[in-house]
Every structure is written in C-alpha cells, then in structure tokens.
Design a protein around this ligand. Sequence first.
Ligand code: SF4
Length: 295
Amino acid sequence: MLTSPNATSDVRYRCAERLRAATALLSPCRLCAHRCGVDRSRKPAGLCRASADAYLYAHSIDCGEEPSFAPSHLLYLSGCDLRCVFCIAEHASVDAHRGRPLTPELFRRLVEWGRARGARTLQWVGGDPTIHLPAILRVMAACDDLPPVVWKTAGHATVEALELLRGVVHAFVVDLKFGNAACARQLCGDANYVAVVRRNLTMLDDWGQTLVVRHLLMPGHLECCLVPTVAWLRENLPHVPFRLCTGYLPRWRARRDPQLGRLCRHDEIEQAVRIVRDSGLRPPEGLTFDGSRVA
Ligand code: SF4
C-alpha cells in the first residue's frame, strides 16, 4: 500500500515544521553517527566534506530493485558519510558537490518528470541522503505534489536525524553492509557502523515503519558478514523483509583489494542463498531469495 504517511499536505507540513530542527543539526553537525561537530552551514566540512547544499548527480526510473515501490524515481545526491572501498557511486560519493544544486524548482520539475513516466514512488539515494536531510526537507516542503517517498540509506544516521524522518518517509530501504566491527572498520572506516545500524533498524521497526533490509554479498565475507547479519535479523527483526543482493561488482578501491577485487563465485552465491533461505527470513514482496522476481 502506498498511501499514508504520504498524503501530500501532511508530509509538506511536517517537512516545513522540522526544517528548523534539521538545519540545527548542521551546526554543530550531528546528522550521522560520526558526530563530527563541525559547522557545515557556511562551507564544506567534516568527514563527508558536504556543505549545507545538496547536489543531484543523476536520476532515473528504476523498475528492478524493490518491486513493491516500483516504478520508482531515484534521485541520486552526491556525498556520503561512509568511505566504502567498493562504493559503486565512486567519485560522486566522495565529492559532495558533484552535479546540479538541489533547488525547490529543480525538485518540482523532477517530480513532474517522474510522474509523467509512471513513477509510483520517489526514492532518495546517495552516497547517502541522510547527510542532506535539511536540503531535502526544504525542497519537499515547497512541493505540493509529492509522491510516496522512500529513503535508501546505509543506516548510519543519528537518532536525532532519524526522528525527523518519521511520518515524512513512506519506507526505508537499509543496506546493512557488514556483520562485525572489524570488517566495518576495514571496509567503510567506522568500527561502530554495525552497532549504529542495528540500533536504528530496531528503532524504525518499533515505530512500525515500512522497512526493507538488504545485504550485499561480498567475496570472502560470507562467514564474517552475511552469517552474523542473518543471525541478528532472525533473532531481532524476523518479520522484516530481507533482501540478499548478489550483484557485487569490484568498483572503486576494491579493484586493488586482494579479497574484494573479484566477482562473487557461483558457489558462494549458492551457499549464501541457502543460508538466507534456511534462516526463515522472508524476501521482500515480489522477490525470491536469489533476487529473481516471483512469476
Ligand atoms: S554528516 Fe556526518 S560525516 Fe558529515 S559532517 Fe556531519 S557528522 Fe560529519
């Protein structure tokens, strides 16, 4: 069901109402769990090197990822608070000023563009959209024709930031990337990543938020990352749809990494699908565990 909380007037009202609180999170910055404490209101700062302005580096209609939200109009904002060595956004994730400035006028035209092409939902994607929360609320508050909004994220927000999205976002798609602190530190630069995302997922579920959790299978990280991720979900969020993503590509700095510089082997993928299937977790609506669509 793609109805509330995206009745346009309610969402617009909440965006406008929360804009001041979101802007306050820019200075000192505590939009993500790094809590850099820098002032982003005047110039780029912090680990993400983002300013107060958001930039759109691409947009497209997607029909293939999450069937329950498709067709979805994906808006890609540059900049990210994480530094995953295998990032498919590559330069756009580290250059937070790549693309066109996100303005209310640009956003209004994008919404029209997506609607004219049959998009049912609008999806904020990065990098990670959370570091741009104030800019996003600003453009949504100015739009009188909002479709249901999906927030695709690596889940590394602070509680304060996440609370500002409650009742604004129809659904969260959260990529839980790692299964332990050592892999998180080595591959994205934050040993606390797993603990932060697990806390946030629990909170979103407590709110009754529509939620999809995903995990990208990485070569050589089945036992250390997939297995603990599945075990934690089975124990804590067994009713939340889980998607195993098997399309890993050795992009960005992974090309030089001895373990990550290759595709997943067929036998690794088969084993991963078996682990997830045996776990009792359920795939998102319209998908099977190997990622293909239900006929
Ligand atoms: S969004 Fe995160 S990484 Fe960027 S400045 Fe704020 S706390 Fe630091």
